[in-house]
Each structure stands twice: as structure tokens, then as C-alpha cells.
Design a protein around this ligand. Structure first.
Ligand SMILES: Cc1cc2nc3c(=O)[nH]c(=O)nc-3n(C[C@H](O)[C@H](O)[C@H](O)COP(=O)(O)OP(=O)(O)OC[C@H]3O[C@@H](n4cnc5c(N)ncnc54)[C@H](O)[C@@H]3O)c2cc1C
Length: 176
């Protein structure tokens, strides 16, 4: 039996695939959203964030996990930080450069359109996490600190000491 791998990545130019797809998707009337039930399996950073965001939008969401607490997903192990192309340091960062570094860091095996999307939304995700109360490291002046991480030539990693994953999970859990 052969398994056909189909990531169902939308058509179009690389940088526009997901934007175009989102634009072409039908919107749901706000009054109808509560009529839809969404099941999310797992409460790691992906599951918990998706569940919290979909609930915020008005859908009926059930998020399932089998640890003693939703906060104990494997995401707790992530320590170094979270990359975002905010270019706070003005050291030449951009969505394109984060995309390129991530593809290269993944030995050119990642799905390019999805990595591009990751680089695009990275900019807003930091703000969302801050709004959820994630205590990212700050400069003495109060601005969010950045460090260079994983061999990157630019400083784009937002971090909370060596506990970034844990702190992000607590933020997502609170949002749940
Ligand atoms: C040691 C380490 C360090 C890392 N450092 C970094 C870093 O510095 N920066 C960075 O960006 N990334 C880092 N990563 C990668 C990053 O942590 C992961 O890619 C990310 O956390 C994955 O999140 P997730 O929600 O997809 O998966 P998970 O956090 O693994 O969540 C999946 C959840 O689904 C649950 N689950 C699975 N099956 C079922 C089921 N049938 N029913 C119910 N629940 C189920 C699991 O128990 C788990 O809780 C690191 C990873 C590791 C391991």
C-alpha cells in the first residue's frame, strides 16, 4: 500500500499562498459561530493556542489532554526562546530572512509555504503572548530584549530566561 503525502498547501506564489487562501475562505457569521463545535487534541503550545483563539472567536471548543495538567505538554521543554522577525535591533532582519534561516536550519526539508507563514505571523505572535502575560526578558529601559540564538546572524529571539516554553504554556493555559 502506498501512502500519498498531501500537505494540502494552497496554490499560488510562495509568499501569497496562505494569505490568498485565508482571503478566499468563507467567513462565518458571528451569530453562527457558537453552532460549530471544534475538538482540539493536545494542549501544547499549538493545541492550547488554537483552542484559546478559536474560543475567543466564538466557537464551542473542547480541548483534550492526558497529562495531569494542560500545562505539562512537551512544549515545556523549549528553553531558548521564540523567533520573530520584528527587527527591533535594526540588524537586517525581515520576514524573508527568518523564512530563509528556518528553511536552512531545517536542512531544507520543511514545507516552504508553511515556514513562510510562520515567519509572517511571528511578528504578531510576540504581541499576543505579551498580552497573555508571558514575562519575556526586557532591557533595563523596559523594551523587550532580543538575543541571537541557534547560529542566527541577527538578534530575533524573544525569551524568558531558560523557561520560555514553560512561560508560553502558562500564558496559553491562562488564555484557555
Ligand atoms: C528540548 C527542546 C527544546 C526546544 N527548544 C525550543 C526553543 O528554544 N524554541 C523553539 O521555538 N522551539 C523549541 N523546541 C521545539 C518546540 O518546543 C516544539 O516544536 C513545540 O513546543 C511543539 O508544540 P506542540 O504543541 O506542537 O507539541 P507538544 O507540546 O508536544 O504538544 C502536543 C500535546 O499533545 C498531547 N497528545 C498527543 N496525543 C494525544 C492524544 N491522543 N490525546 C490527548 N493528548 C494528546 C501530548 O501529550 C502533548 O501534550 C524545543 C523542543 C525540545 C524538545
Amino acid at each position: 500500500m502506498t501512502i500519498k503525502l498531501d500537505a494540502r498547501i494552497p496554490a499560488g506564489p510562495l509568499a501569497e499562498k496562505w494569505d490568498k487562501h485565508r482571503f478566499e475562505m468563507k467567513l462565518v457569521n458571528p451569530a453562527n459561530k457558537r453552532k460549530y463545535s471544534v475538538i482540539v487534541v493536545g494542549s501544547g503550545l499549538a493545541g492550547a493556542s488554537a483552542a484559546a483563539t478559536l474560543s475567543e472567536l466564538g466557537y464551542q471548543v473542547s480541548c483534550f489532554c492526558y497529562q495531569d495538567s494542560p500545562r505539562r505538554a512537551h512544549s515545556i521543554a523549549a528553553q531558548g526562546g521564540i523567533n520573530a522577525a520584528k527587527n527591533y535591533r535594526n540588524d537586517g532582519d525581515s520576514v524573508q530572512r527568518l523564512f530563509y534561516d528556518t528553511i536552512k536550519g531545517g536542512d531544507f526539508r520543511a514545507r516552504e509555504a508553511n515556514v513562510y507563514r510562520l515567519a509572517q505571523v511571528s511578528v504578531d505572535i510576540i504581541d499576543q503572548c505579551v498580552a497573555q502575560g508571558v514575562p519575556f526578558a526586557r532591557e533595563y529601559g523596559g523594551l523587550l530584549a532580543n538575543r541571537s540564538f541557534g547560529g542566527a546572524q541577527v538578534s530575533r529571539t524573544f525569551y524568558a530566561r531558560g523557561q520560555t516554553g514553560q512561560q508560553l504554556l502558562i500564558g496559553a493555559y491562562q488564555a484557555l
